[in-house]
Design a protein around this ligand. Structure first.
Ligand code: NAD
Length: 437
């Protein structure tokens, strides 16, 4: 039967908040999002939401207080719901075994223990069990560990089905991605109860997602698919970034190259824009997690292959910082430098692992005076950078006046005609700048 009960989500972050707002909007089911962080919950209940996503505010306004609730009462929400999403953070481990690579599962295990504690006789069940849905990105076989923690800490006779339902939304387009997902992946046990649980969750998504886009698999494939999807996306960025350096060295233009190769359907046009390195909370941590899994399985060559994606990203971040210093006559000591944009990409206010942090760090190490502006960033505001009065800016600047366009969004010819010395990534080097001739 389709699921008609209440839904709970543990973790009110970038994933839990928008995802559950969409579930509430599309299904009409009662959804409660809980978090230990009271400040975050207060923000979700206020006029200034804790995260910025285009379209999110409208969805929250339509549902909050009707069938969407934000609370710190984890126990009550878990007790009353038979489907519980777990969307807590799973950062890279910073200590002990697997330090710097493995996923830190402290928060995830905390959530599992909260669920077992709150599962008391009389709490809500679906067909005799509670369904726990991993939304967080986790290592393969985490569902098995979660089942173990849950099953050994709950009242006799209560059963859990743990599903893997990784989230593929991208920050900046979360609402669009959630409204029309390319696919919804649900992994679970192939037992009778497992299949019932998968069907119950599928019935939730089926309120708005076409059935053919709801893909089912075993639990390990679903867990691994999320890591691999992010590894592939990041690999494309590292590939195009690697070639941007070759373009600069050879006089080719990375935008021309990307457009030429992207029209091949086997390659496709997306994720071919070069930049100052990928950022965000997921790509690096998920690849490191994949690398750790490969190493744990003794697959050294496979691990090395994926690690190179991160090495290339570090190289690109360093290289952009160095390009700035080299171009400005090998010293930026005491020079005033304005940084437009600090989030890790457009249309988000999220600065986690943003390449801007590394690049600003390089400039500060070189004793530059750095001023950062980020409007927290709607599309219009990104374009704003394009529409600044560059002639006026040029007039006020020390000469030669430099612009380093890490995203290649500005009109380089026009800026050059004003008198700027402009260097984009993957663009032929304007050598006269370097030599000063
Ligand atoms: P986040 O840090 O924004 O949110 C996680 C929230 O969980 C925090 O508010 C934290 O207080 C809360 N939390 C931690 N332990 C808890 C507990 N025991 N009980 C209650 N609340 C608890 O993280 P996020 O960006 O939303 O990511 C969550 C997961 O989703 C991660 O595994 C991430 O890899 C994955 N993911 C993220 C994205 C993204 O774009 N951010 C996309 C897809 C998947």
């Amino acid at each position: 039967p389709p699921y008609t009960g209440k839904i709970c989500c543990i973790g009110a972050g970038y994933v839990g908040g928008p995802t559950m707002a969409m579930v509430a909007l599309k299904t009409g089911l009662t959804v409660t999002v809980v978090d230990l962080n009271k400040q975050r919950i207060d923000a979700w209940n206020s006029d200034r939401l804790p995260i910025y996503e285009p379209g999110l505010e409208e969805v929250v306004k339509q549902t909050r207080g009707k069938n969407l609730f934000f609370s710190t009462d984890v126990e009550a929400a878990v007790r009353d719901a038979a489907i519980i999403f777990v969307s807590v953070n799973t950062p890279t481990k910073e200590y002990g075994f697997g330090k710097g690579r493995a996923a830190d599962l402290t928060y995830w295990e905390g959530a599992a223990r909260s669920i077992s504690k709150a599962t008391v006789p009389g709490s809500a069940l679906f067909q005799g069990f509670k369904i726990v849905v991993e939304k967080s990105t986790v290592p393969v076989s985490t569902a098995d560990a979660m089942t173990c923690v849950l099953q050994e800490n709950c009242p006799a006779g209560v059963h859990f089905q743990v599903l893997s339902n990784p989230e593929f939304l991208a920050e900046g387009t979360a609402i669009a991605d959630l409204t029309q997902p390319d696919r919804v992946l649900i992994g679970g046990s192939m037992s009778k109860e497992g299949i019932m649980a998968i069907e119950a969750l599928a019935s939730v998504y089926a309120h708005w997602v076409p059935r053919e886009r709801i893909v089912k698999s075993n639990v390990w494939s679903a867990e691994l698919s999320k890591l691999v999807a992010n590894a592939f996306l990041a690999q494309r960025i590292s590939s195009v970034n690697a070639l941007s350096e070759l373009c600069e060295a050879t006089g080719a233009d990375i935008d021309h190259v990307a457009s030429a190769i992207g029209s091949d359907p086997g390659i496709g046009p997306k994720f071919l824009k070069c930049g100052p390195g990928f950022g965000g909370s997921c790509f690096q941590k998920d690849i490191l997690n994949l690398v750790y899994l490969c190493q744990s399985a003794g697959l050294t060559d496979v691990a090395e292959y994926w690690l190179q994606v991160i090495r290339m990203n570090d190289h690109q971040k360093r290289r952009f910082g160095k390009l700035i210093v080299d171009t400005m006559f090998n010293t930026i000591n005491d020079k005033k430098i304005a940084v437009l944009g600090f989030a890790f990409k457009a249309d988000t206010g999220d600065t986690r692992e943003s390449p801007a942090i590394d690049i600003c760090g390089t400039m500060l190490n070189e004793n530059a005076k750095v001023t950062v502006f980020d409007p927290e960033v709607t599309e219009d505001q990104v374009l704003q950078f394009r529409d600044l009065d560059y002639r006026r800016i040029f007039d006020t600047m020390c000469k030669p006046a430099f612009i380093f366009d890490g995203r290649n969004i500005l009109d380089h010819d026009q800026l050059q005609s004003i008198g700027f010395r402009i260097q984009g990534l993957g663009k032929p080097k304007t050598l006269e700048i370097v030599s000063g001739s």
